[in-house]
Design a protein around this ligand. Structure first.
Ligand code: SF4
Ligand code: SF4
Length: 436
């Protein structure tokens, strides 16, 4: 098997507090759902309903103000009981509608009608993705129709890259999506390929340790004939999944195999399954797979959760906490966003939620740099994090030349024996080292 990787640095790690990837469980329907009106920093949605209104499951309740703002849908039927606002850890305000569940479900448990027609053109397909509020279900949650409509999507030949790279154990939910919804992932890939005017091939980029998954994706794509698809096995060291490192691996493949991939459109399995549901069943994103774990959680599991369910309710359903958590965040511990309030909801981008005990975070006492060089050896960009960090600290929060190349993967920080917040300092997110 040929394996294509990024050329330098990176780390391998495991985490025993991650839930099992064997299967998922369906979470209880939430009695109250909190539906944010901003789902991408590019813009908010204008609320189409007010407190006191009744809403149906899947009903449009927020209209994106611009192409960068996704439409918002009710994920349960019920009554809008209030609107709330909270600030995240960076002080950004979030506004949301709270829906109390009541009434009949329109989609749940119903046989779905197939609306997809092979004769649909890319503009009609893109319109469906806009109408049903389909966004990238990770990262910043960018609307997918906007990605297809930008110049790279319509001008030059493109390759759709289906990112099935598992370099971080906290991607368990994505892995389960690939396994349990493989048909939707593959069909969603072909729908995207038809939605972009110039997508000429599909590549399933799969970690080499998941050979069987790669074969299953290829077997499923054999049902489709119009666009060529292939599997490329990638390395599995973190941050192989990052846009930059994935592109480096694919450009390496391109060079070695003498093919021209053109520009790359990269999407993950959860997004592609949502694309499938929107185009085939006219279904907005009502739920998503979430890995719930960490040492503070009694029963870690991968759950299929309605968007808007409160994180506190989700932890409760996993048996609650064994003790008071020291750190609660969404995403991976390497790059997660701190949760300020357990009333915050599961959003379209919440692929993982964790709660850690102090013991799991280890001895995080910040010490002085001992010039061990560990950070240099793992940086995939080839930076010298020690030097960047020291220059920034000496210059008192001014960003250092070279720092702009840092993409914040956190590898340097993970290996630093002095527990220095290298990534945050180099990226300019914080100006000082917090001392405990
Ligand atoms: S890993 Fe930490 S202690 Fe070692 S050289 Fe880098 S900054 Fe200094
Ligand atoms: S966070 Fe930045 S400096 Fe640190 S390893 Fe990643 S790219 Fe390199």
């Amino acid at each position: 098997m040929k394996v294509y990787s990024f050329p330098r640095g990176g780390i391998s790690f495991d985490d025993p507090t991650v839930p099992s990837r064997d299967s998922s469980v369906v979470a209880f329907l939430p009695a109250f759902s909190v539906i944010p009106l901003t789902q991408y920093p590019g813009g908010s949605a204008d609320a189409l309903v007010s407190v006191g209104d009744l809403v149906r499951e899947g009903m449009l309740i927020g209209k994106g103000q611009n192409p960068d703002a996704a439409n918002i849908h009710a994920t349960v039927p019920g009554k809008v009981v209030r609107s709330v606002e909270w600030k995240d850890n960076e002080g950004r305000p979030h506004e949301a509608l709270v829906i109390r569940m009541e009434g009949a479900f329109k989609c749940l448990g119903k046989k779905e009608e197939n609306f997809f027609r092979g004769s649909m053109n890319h503009k009609e397909l893109q319109q469906l993705l806009t109408d049903y509020g389909i966004v990238e279900m990770e990262g910043s949650g960018r609307p997918v129709a906007g990605m297809l409509a930008e110049p790279g999507g319509t001008g030059t030949a493109q390759t759709l890259v289906v990112r099935c790279v598992f370099d971080d154990p906290w991607l368990a939910a994505d892995y389960v999506v690939c396994r349990e919804r493989i048909q939707a992932v593959v069909e969603g890939s072909y729908i995207i390929a038809r939605s972009g005017a110039k997508i000429e091939r599909i590549i399933f980029a799969v970690s080499y340790k998941e050979k069987e998954l790669g074969q299953a994706l290829l077997a499923e794509s054999a049902q489709q004939h119009d666009i060529p698809a292939s599997v490329i096995f990638t390395g599995s060291k973190y941050p192989q999944r990052n846009r930059r490192e994935l592109e480096l691996a694919l450009r390496n493949y391109e060079k070695k195999e003498g093919v021209d991939l053109g520009s790359l459109l990269v999407l993950g399995p959860a997004t592609l399954a949502a694309v499938h549901d929107a185009v085939k069943y006219h279904r907005p994103i009502l739920d998503r797979y979430v890995a719930v774990g960490g040492s503070a959680v009694r029963k870690p599991q991968v759950m299929r959760v309605r968007i808007g369910k409160r994180l506190g309710d989700l932890f409760e359903e996993c048996g609650g906490f064994v003790d008071i958590p020291y750190r609660v965040a969404t995403g991976s511990p390497l790059c997660g966003k701190p949760v300020v309030n357990l009333d915050e909801p599961v959003t379209k981008t919440s692929y993982a939620v964790f709660a850690m005990l102090k013991a799991q975070t280890g001895d995080d006492l910040k010490r002085d740099c001992i010039s061990c060089g560990e950070c240099r050896s793992v940086c995939p960009v080839g930076l010298d994090p020690e030097e960047l960090y020291k220059r920034i600290m000496v210059l008192h929060s001014a960003r250092s030349p070279g720092a702009e190349e840092c993409h914040g993967c956190g590898c340097c920080e993970l290996v630093c024996p002095s527990h220095l917040p290298l990534s945050d300092i180099i990226m300019g997110k914080i100006a000082e080292v917090p001392r405990g």
